[in-house]
Design a binder for this molecule. Structure first.
Ligand code: OOG
Length: 253
């Protein structure tokens, strides 16, 4: 796929988000491979940066079987987070800014050092200094949240918002109870659902960043992927509680 074609797809996804009008799967009308999809994602990030947004981190998708089963995608993917997506812990979120938002319970890691994915000796866990509970807001720009793996990568892995709770020095976060509560529903699980342990998600991230030339800078955060299926984000308080890490909330209105 040519660079102008990739840019055109990025523009159509950005317009879908701005107008809150979802589009059909790109796979219906384009032959897109994973290289094209990550290039569309990169172009979308470039459009955000041209509008003044700053990259704040990365997120993983489909690191749990619960999410793979919910969406029918079985490949680990990476998307980008920017400061415009950040929601303060406990802050209000205007739901009218989304198409069909969903909430996911996540573990967030903070990078204290830049990570060099090309160095085979890189120990990504040693570059992490803190961990926190987080809620990710996903909002697919595709109709009915229906997409292929290339669609969702192109759409920046449905990234739309995130709230991070209190940071604490990196501790063992394997096999901790996870509870996501919205005003209408609840999902419970364990951090063990995230590739056996959330730290494994960091190793998966390193491999993808190496292949896709995605840089990881000091100060950025990493969302390790949802431990449970996502729940619709509705008006009222949504919370994510992770045993030993604490709670993060946001308030939809
Ligand atoms: C794609 C994003 C998946 C996760 O944590 O697995 C994701 C989607 O389900 O729309 O963020």
């Amino acid at each position: 796929m040519s660079t102008p074609d990739r840019l055109e797809l990025a523009l159509s996804l950005r317009t879908a988000a701005h107008l809150r009008t979802p589009v059909p799967s790109l796979a219906d009308t384009h032959s897109l491979d994973l290289d094209d999809a990550y290039a569309v994602q990169e172009a979308l990030l470039g459009l955000r940066q041209a509008g003044g947004e700053r990259l704040t981190g990365v997120k993983l998708g489909f690191t749990s079987k619960a999410k793979m089963a919910q969406m029918g995608v079985c490949e680990i993917i990476v998307g980008r987070l920017t400061d415009a997506m950040r929601v303060g812990d406990g802050a209000e979120v205007d739901l009218s800014g989304f198409i069909h938002p969903r909430a996911e319970p996540e573990v967030a890691f903070r990078l204290s050092r830049p990570v060099d994915p090309d160095d085979p000796a890189t120990d990504i866990a040693a570059c992490v200094d803190a961990v926190a509970p987080a809620i990710e807001i996903i909002d697919s720009r595709y109709q009915d949240f229906r997409f292929t793996v290339t669609d969702v990568v192109a759409d920046n892995t449905s990234a739309a918002g995130y709230a991070v709770g209190p940071w604490r020095p990196l501790t063992d976060v394997a096999n901790k109870a996870v509870r996501l509560r919205t005003p209408q529903a609840e999902a419970v699980g364990s951090t063990a659902a995230i590739l056996g342990a959330p730290l494994h998600a960091l190793h998966a991230l390193l491999g993808i960043c190496r292949r896709r030339r995605i840089p990881l800078a000091a100060g950025q955060i990493v969302l390790a992927g949802a431990a449970t299926a996502a729940l619709p984000l509705t008006p009222g308080v949504t919370s994510c509680d992770i045993a030993g890490l604490g709670t993060v909330t946001l308030k939809g209105r």
